[in-house]
Design a protein around this ligand. Structure first.
Ligand SMILES: Cc1cc2nc3c(=O)[nH]c(=O)nc-3n(C[C@H](O)[C@H](O)[C@H](O)COP(=O)(O)O)c2cc1C
Length: 189
């Protein structure tokens, strides 16, 4: 049995990068929140490539990643094929600190589908201690608003992004600043 706590997954929402694959074998990556409730794990997924792939294959992998650039890239564009590794033919991220492959049970909804996640295989590749960096957290918040902005194009999302950018510039390191630059480039395409 896979112990999700070993992966730092606790009650509440943990932000990870989901990898999935189309029936034709094209890998995809996108940030998704893992919702742990009463010991059961779910994802709430809007219409997206990730949802299409999960419907096609009933499989997904949660990659535990602390790289802000990878979060922004996978949220707003495609990540490079060389970023993927394949485990028994299923894509995971090379740069993940760990991954869990799930069998998915999908309850399809009009706008959002609820996907229960049953862990089948997992690996921890790296254990790190890392203090909280407000800049890193701010990149994740900005990326959430950016994914809403690209769909809804409302000014309030740009205002939120600018607010989080001030925190990134104050508290972030080079990785966070690069991620923020990429975010602005990708939403202004
Ligand atoms: C930190 C973060 C968490 C996200 N969580 C979710 C989520 O739980 N469900 C969802 O449908 N989209 C979520 N998104 C948005 C998707 O990642 C985004 O819509 C992405 O472009 C989907 O890509 P795809 O079409 O390649 O699957 C999140 C984005 C970020 C930045």
């Amino acid at each position: 049995m896979i112990d999700l706590e070993e992966f730092g997954i606790q009650e509440g929402i943990s932000e990870v990068i989901f990898t999935s694959m189309s029936i034709e074998g094209t890998p995809n990556a996108a940030p998704v929140g893992l919702h742990m409730k009463n010991g059961r794990l779910f994802a709430m997924i809007y219409k997206s490539k990730t949802l299409d792939n999960i419907i096609e294959t009933s499989k997904a992998s949660a990659n535990i990643v602390d790289d802000p650039v990878l979060f922004v890239q996978s949220a707003l564009s495609d990540i490079e094929p060389r970023e993927f590794d394949f485990v028994e033919g299923f894509p995971v991220l090379k740069r993940a600190m760990g991954w869990i492959i799930f069998d998915c049970r999908i309850k399809k909804g009009e706008n959002i589908s609820v996907v229960e996640l049953l862990a089948v295989k997992s690996k921890i590749l790296q254990r790190k201690i890392k203090p909280i960096n407000r800049g890193s957290n701010a990149v994740i918040e900005a990326a959430v608003h950016a994914t809403r902005y690209v769909v809804l194009k409302e000014q309030k999302y740009l205002d939120h992004i600018d607010h989080y950018n001030t925190i990134v510039q104050k508290c972030g390191g080079p990785g966070e600043k690069e991620a923020m630059k990429l975010l602005y480039d990708l939403i202004r395409l």
